[in-house]
Design a protein around this ligand. Structure first.
Ligand code: DOR
Ligand code: ZN
Length: 356
C-alpha cells in the first residue's frame, strides 16, 4: 500500500473566497492546497465588470499578504497562488466588457447563474436570449462560460433541476453557440456526467469532493445536517456512483473544482440555512479519499492537476505536493473573522494528510 502520494500542484477550478474579513479568514487555506483557483464572482454586489474583477483580484492578493505576514502560510505558497478571476453575467452585460476582460487577461471565465438559482444569484440571467451578444463575444475570443446548471422553476422538483437544465437550457445553447467553451460546474447527476462525457472537446465539468463522497442521505443522518447542504443539492447514490466513475475514469474533461463555499456557523445552523460546504482546508484529502475508495489513486493527478489547465489553455504547475497516509481529525470549527465556521465533516477522521 502506498504511503505517500506525490503529484503536480493541483488547481481549484471553482472556488468561493468571499470578501472582507471572510476572505482574509479563508484565502490561506486554498493557497496552501492549490496553486491557482477560479474565483466565483457572487459577492454582494456581484463582480459584473472588468474593473470590479481587477479590484477584487487586488483584495485577494492583499488578504493573502496579510495571512503570510501573520504566519498562516509559507512565503512560497503565498507568492505562487494565482486567483483566476470571473465575471458575473447579467442580462445587461455588454459584449464590450467581455472583450475588455479577455484582453486584460485577469478574467478566465464568465459565470452564468440562472437568476434565483443559488446564493447571491438574484442579478443573474433571466433568459439566455438576453445574453446572446455576450455569448457571441465569448465564443469569438475563447473565454469559457462557467455554468450553474439548474433551472429555477418552482414546479420542478429540486432534485430534478440539473437534469431538466440540460434539456431546456444547455442543449439549445450548445446548438446556438457551438464554438463556445462551456464548463458545467459542480455536476451532481448521472445525466450531467453522461452529457459531458459524450460532448465535444469544448465542454467540460468540475466535480466537488462532497458530491463524490456523499449521497443525499448525508443530509439527514440522525437529524437535519446543515453542513452537508449545498446547491446543487446532494443526489441519490446512483448519481454519486456516476460522478465517481466520471472523475476516476480517465476522461480528460472532468476536473477538480471544490465549490468550497464558506458561510458562518450561525448562518448554516439556522431556520433557513445557507447553501454551501466549506471544504477548502482539507479538499485534497477529501478527494484523495474518494479516489482511493475507487482504487484509482493513479488517476488522481490527471483529475486534480492536468485536465483543468489543459481545458483552460494554461500550463500545468511545475512544483509538486505530497499527501501522506495519516489518520487525523478534521477540526470541528475554525475561526471566521468574528464568527466561527464548520468545515465539512468536522470532527470526523480522514486517512490522508497534506505534507508541510
Ligand atoms: O452551495 C452553494 N453555495 N452553491 C452555490 O452555487 C453557491 C454557493 C455559495 O456561494 O454559497
Ligand atoms: Zn459555487
Amino acid at each position: 500500500m502506498t504511503s505517500t502520494l506525490t503529484l503536480r500542484r493541483p488547481d481549484d477550478w471553482h472556488l468561493h473566497l468571499r470578501d472582507g474579513d471572510a476572505l482574509r479568514a479563508v484565502v490561506a487555506a486554498s493557497a496552501r492546497q492549490f496553486a491557482r483557483a477560479i474565483v466565483m464572482p457572487n459577492l454582494k454586489p456581484p463582480v459584473t465588470t472588468p474593473a470590479a474583477a481587477r479590484a477584487y483580484h487586488g483584495r485577494i492578493l492583499q488578504a493573502l499578504a496579510q495571512a503570510r505576514a501573520a504566519g498562516e502560510i509559507d512565503a512560497l505558497a503565498a507568492a505562487e497562488f494565482q486567483p483566476l478571476m470571473t465575471l458575473y453575467l447579467t442580462d445587461n452585460t455588454p459584449a464590450a466588457d467581455i472583450v475588455q476582460a479577455h484582453a486584460e487577461g485577469l478574467v478566465k471565465g464568465v459565470k452564468l447563474y440562472p437568476a434565483g438559482a443559488t446564493t447571491n444569484s438574484d442579478a443573474g440571467v433571466t433568459d439566455i436570449a438576453r445574453v446572446r451578444g455576450a455569448l457571441e463575444a465569448m465564443q469569438r475570443c475563447g473565454l469559457p462560460l462557467l455554468v450553474h446548471g439548474e433551472v429555477t422553476d418552482a414546479d420542478i422538483d429540486l432534485f430534478d433541476r440539473e437534469r431538466v437544465f440540460i434539456d431546456r437550457v444547455l442543449m439549445p445553447m450548445r446548438r446556438d453557440f457551438p464554438g463556445l467553451k462551456v464548463v458545467f460546474e459542480h455536476i451532481t447527476t448521472r445525466e450531467a456526467a453522461q452529457y459531458v462525457a459524450q460532448a465535444d472537446e469544448l465542454t467540460a465539468a468540475t466535480i466537488t469532493a462532497h458530491h463524490l463522497l456523499y449521497n443525499r442521505n448525508a443530509l439527514f443522518i440522525g437529524g437535519v445536517r446543515p453542513h452537508w447542504y449545498c446547491l446543487p443539492v446532494l443526489k441519490r447514490e446512483q448519481h454519486r456512483q456516476a460522478l465517481m466513475a466520471a472523475a476516476t475514469g480517465g476522461h480528460p474533461r472532468f476536473f477538480l473544482g471544490t465549490d468550497s463555499a464558506p458561510h458562518a456557523r450561525h448562518l448554516k445552523e439556522h431556520a433557513c440555512g445557507c447553501a454551501g460546504c466549506y471544504t477548502a482546508p482539507h479538499a485534497l484529502e477529501l478527494y484523495a479519499s474518494a479516489f482511493e475508495a475507487a482504487g484509482a489513486l493513479d488517476r488522481f493527478e490527471a483529475f486534480a492537476s492536468l485536465n483543468g489547465p489543459a481545458f483552460y489553455g494554461l500550463p500545468a504547475n511545475e512544483r509538486t505536493i505530497t499527501l501522506r497516509r495519516e489518520t487525523w481529525t478534521i477540526p470541528e470549527s475554525l475561526p471566521f473573522g468574528a464568527d466561527a465556521i464548520v468545515p465539512l465533516a468536522g470532527g470526523e477522521s480522514i486517512g490522508w494528510r497534506l505534507g508541510d
